[in-house]
Design a protein around this ligand. Structure first.
Ligand code: SRM
Ligand code: SF4
Length: 529
């Protein structure tokens, strides 16, 4: 097993319960739990092992579980969306869904007694939740406009599906990769704008051409492949952008490289302290050379060195609006879903729109929005006035457009503050006061776990507790300087402990000083001259 862990005594409590019973065993016990009820369940099964099948006990709403799906490349069909809608519909006002920052969806309000039926429905339409939580590989992200974008360098869809199939045994569950030292994130960028935030994944592939590695030819050949990045992650204690593995791989080698990296992490990753278990900690301990050599060992061949430059040379697109596809006469349309929250009716309606106007396909973005592809030129004029697009706009206001928020206190017990509702209210208040010239990417996250990725934002707001007049209040630490797309880098904390009740003027000030916002009155006065 690991280099750093040799005795059971030094294992943390998570490693101990994983060693006692693999999380995947839960799959065969669902009927039993459904009959037993959540209150009578073994606590470790209920609170932890169920996450191996994507079922999350919510201490904030006991008895109403969350279910996290897997959406390879963020793509689903209208029939799948309808099944997801039916599931949350049965819970009335308590049921809802959230598009996540990993191009994925989570359902809320789930009762344990309904799990057998829900899993049957998922099976029937090819949906899986397997290995989506705890010490598993999370949803694999790919370019949200893969196969649609005339400028793409590689259509990531097939590769993402192949990696998912490899690590989940085609959705059945794969015990080879169900006991990693910690969670693990994989992303593949296929376009020029790094739509997947490659830099914040444990393992990422970014497009890059290699000279002279094609077939022998008198003129130098340029072959397409990917530069490999490793070790990116956020955690409460430490955040790191991914670093180059100094390796370049062809698309054909991507799946085996994923397997090799995961095997190295599984067998050697540190397991003693969960705060120090992500891949970067192993790379720190070994050094990049040794890590790369061990990956080569597993691969059974040498890796080529990284291409001199990668092809990420565009600013990041948000895909909201109407865009021509590479297929003549077809368009993809990005709808803005405020903080990613959907109810059952919305989901049925999105499924209907995708079927009536498109090809029945729906996609998610890491900004928690939706893309409906394959809408013909001739259908656009009737699609755009559809009532749902009044709420899920193709042209939202500049601040709302880029707003991202994690789950926060409404459902997450790690949260130090409420996020989604507060984020929406704050945007509304700021837009009432100010005018903007460009979108400003504001990300909210309820605690230092950083699920809402404040470090990639123009302005990132991280929940904290703060003191004012002798009282403890909900507050935020403010991050700035996150850059996405070309030359992506992480933002840093610039202001600490602002009480949420005092946040609006602080944000106003930042928006005016750094992003060209103006008070509305001032804008009117200026335009009168
Ligand atoms: Fe996350 C744990 C929600 C993306 C870092 N995350 C959690 C849990 C499961 C905690 C819990 O049990 O309550 C949250 C579930 C709350 C709920 O009820 O929804 C949760 N994370 C989310 C989602 C839903 C946020 C969102 O609103 O979009 C995202 C689900 C993605 C998915 O579909 O799988 C989500 N989480 C992220 C990201 C962003 C990303 O992947 O780009 C990060 C930072 C990147 C990273 O992981 O390196 C992230 N989540 C964490 C961490 C800190 C990990 C660490 O190494 O310390 C935790 C806590 C943990 O794992 O111990 C965590
Ligand atoms: Fe929960 Fe914290 Fe993640 Fe938000 S950042 S979903 S509050 S764990």
């Amino acid at each position: 097993m690991t280099d750093t862990v040799t005795t059971t005594a030094s294992l943390n409590k998570f490693e101990k319960f994983k060693a006692e019973k693999d999380g995947l065993v839960i799959k065969s016990e669902i009927e039993k739990f459904a009959a037993l009820g959540w209150e009578a369940m073994n606590e470790i099964d209920r609170d932890h092992r169920l996450k191996w099948v994507g079922v999350f006990f919510r201490p904030v709403t006991p008895g109403k579980f969350m279910m996290r799906l897997r959406m390879p490349n963020g793509i689903l069909t209208s029939s799948q969306m309808r099944v997801l809608a039916q599931v949350v519909q049965r819970y009335g006002d308590e049921g809802s869904a959230d598009i996540t920052t990993r191009q994925n969806i989570q359902l809320r309000g789930i009762r344990i007694e309904d799990l057998p039926d829900i899993f049957n429905r998922f099976d029937a339409v090819g949906l899986t939740t397997v290995q989506s939580g705890m010490d598993n590989v999370r949803n694999i992200t790919g370019d949200p406009v893969a196969g649609l974008d005339a400028d793409e360098l590689y259509d990531t869809r097939e590769l993402v599906q192949q990696i998912q199939d490899m690590l989940t045994n085609k959705g059945e569950g794969n015990p080879e990769f169900s006991n990693l030292p910690r969670k693990f994130n994989i992303a593949i960028a296929g376009g020029r704008d790094n739509s997947v935030h490659a830099e914040i994944n444990d393992l990422a592939f970014v497009p890059a051409f290699k000279e002279g590695s094609g077939e022998q030819s008198p003129t130098p050949q340029k072959t397409f492949g990917f530069n490999v990045l490793v070790g990116g992650f956020f955690s409460a204690k430490r955040c790191e952008a991914a670093i180059s593995l100094n390796a370049w791989v062809t698309p054909e080698d991507v799946v085996t490289v994923c397997r090799a990296v995961l095997e190295v992490f599984r067998d050697h990753g540190p397991r003693a302290n969960r705060q120090k278990s992500r891949l970067m900690w192993l790379i720190d301990e070994w050094g990049l050379e040794k890590f790369r050599a061990e990956v080569e060992n597993r691969l059974g061949k040498s890796l080529l060195f990284a291409a001199a430059k990668d092809e990420i040379d565009w600013e990041k697109r948000d895909h909201i609006g109407v865009y021509k596809q590479k297929q003549p006469g077809l368009n993809y349309v990005g709808l803005h879903i405020p903080v990613g929250r959907l109810d059952a009716e919305d989901m049925f309606e999105i499924a209907r729109l995708a079927e009536v106007y498109g090809s029945g396909e729906i996609r998610f973005t890491v900004e928690q929005n939706i893309v409906i592809p394959n809408i013909s030129d001739s259908r656009l004029a009737t699609f755009l006035p559809e009532p749902l697009l009044e709420r899920f706009s193709i042209n939202p206001s500049l601040l709302a457009r880029s707003l991202v928020s994690c789950t926060g206190a409404q459902f997450c017990n790690f949260a130090l503050i409420e996020t989604k509702n507060r984020a929406l209210a704050m945007i509304k208040a700021l837009e009432e006061e100010l005018t903007f010239i460009n979108p400003v990417r504001i990300h909210w996250t309820g605690c230092p776990n950083s699920c809402g990725q404040p470090q990639v934002a123009d302005i990132g707001l991280m929940g904290t507790k703060t003191r004012k007049n002798g009282k403890t209040l909900e507050g935020v630490d403010i991050y700035m300087g996150g850059k996405v797309g070309k030359d992506a880098h992480l933002g840093t904390c610039v202001i600490k402990g602002i009480p949420c009740e005092d946040l609006q003027p602080v944000l106003q000030d930042l928006l005016i000083k750094n992003f060209g916002a103006k008070f509305k009155q001032e804008a009117v006065v200026v335009s009168n001259f």
